[in-house]
Design a protein around this ligand. Structure first.
Ligand code: HEC
Ligand code: HEC
Length: 205
């Protein structure tokens, strides 16, 4: 069990770097991800708001998160055993290609007072408290930036419940997947009401 995880990890980084690897297959991914679709939705839009949408998510980011659950830099009672079932880099890339090819996630625009505060922090950050603008890395509409930055996830239109849990997991370092530590700082330096406002706004993008 353990050695197969390490192997996938080694393959992952080799694979991300290898330009000549076989291209991932969306149709193979559709079959290989049947069990995943049970929670994440056949169209990548999960019904349960504690389960993230994967529709239109960057494939490189999806592959990285599968690996992160395997090495336990991220843990979840429902998801960790599922990540353990993905035992080859080829399977991870095919599954990721399937979800990534779907119509990108989208939320219902939200104009509440709280969402307006969220938008201000999202667009401008809080420079005097060392909070960077989210838009700088996640794009102005939360749909990510461009291919070279595919490890910065799509967050616009994601479920609010899920987003809030992730920011709290970064805060407590239960989720330690962000090598730069930027997300941990954000989780720690923002007030509860600010995290709430941000996730309300982002979910509506
Ligand atoms: C029993 C329900 C369930 C199943 C089945 C499931 N997942 Fe998940 N998945 C979750 C939950 C819950 C989370 C969020 C965990 C957390 O809060 O950190 C998650 C998170 C993820 C994430 C992280 C997304 C992000 O935005 O960071 C990826 C990628 C993922 N799952 C892929 C898969 C794949 C691939 C499969 C199939 C091999 C799968 N999941 C099967 C419940 C499930
Ligand atoms: C310097 C770049 C950078 C900035 C600025 C930034 N992020 Fe992130 N964010 C990242 C990276 C990289 C990840 C993915 C970490 C990983 O691999 O798990 C991430 C992940 C996330 C996630 C988890 C997404 C998921 O699907 O699980 C959320 C939510 C998030 N960021 C919200 C924010 C918010 C809100 C702000 C602004 C207050 C922000 N980010 C600012 C780089 C950034």
């Amino acid at each position: 069990m353990h050695s197969s995880h390490l192997t996938l990890g080694a393959l992952l980084f080799a694979g991300l770097a290898a330009a000549d690897a076989a291209p991932p297959s969306v149709s193979a991914g559709a079959k290989k991800s049947e069990v995943c679709q049970g929670c994440h939705g056949a169209n990548g839009v999960s019904a349960d708001d504690s389960v993230p949408k994967l529709a239109g998510q960057y494939s490189e980011y999806i592959v990285k998160q599968i690996f992160d659950f395997q090495i336990q830099s991220r843990r979840d009672d429902r998801m960790s055993p599922m990540a353990g079932m993905v035992t080859s880099l080829e399977d991870a890339r095919d599954i990721a290609a399937y979800f990534s090819s779907q119509t990108p996630m989208r939320g219902k625009p939200n104009k509440s007072k709280s969402a307006q505060l969220g938008k201000q922090i999202y667009d401008k950050g809080i420079p005097e408290r060392n909070i960077e603008a989210c838009a700088r890395c996640h794009g102005p509409d939360g749909k990510g930036k461009w291919k070279n930055y595919a490890l910065f996830p799509v967050i616009g239109g994601q479920h609010k419940t899920y987003l809030l849990k992730q920011l709290n997991d970064f805060k407590t370092s239960r989720r330690a997947t962000d090598a730069s530590g930027v997300m941990t700082l954000i989780g720690r330096n923002l007030e509860k009401a600010e995290l709430d406002a941000l996730t309300e706004y982002i979910a509506g993008l």
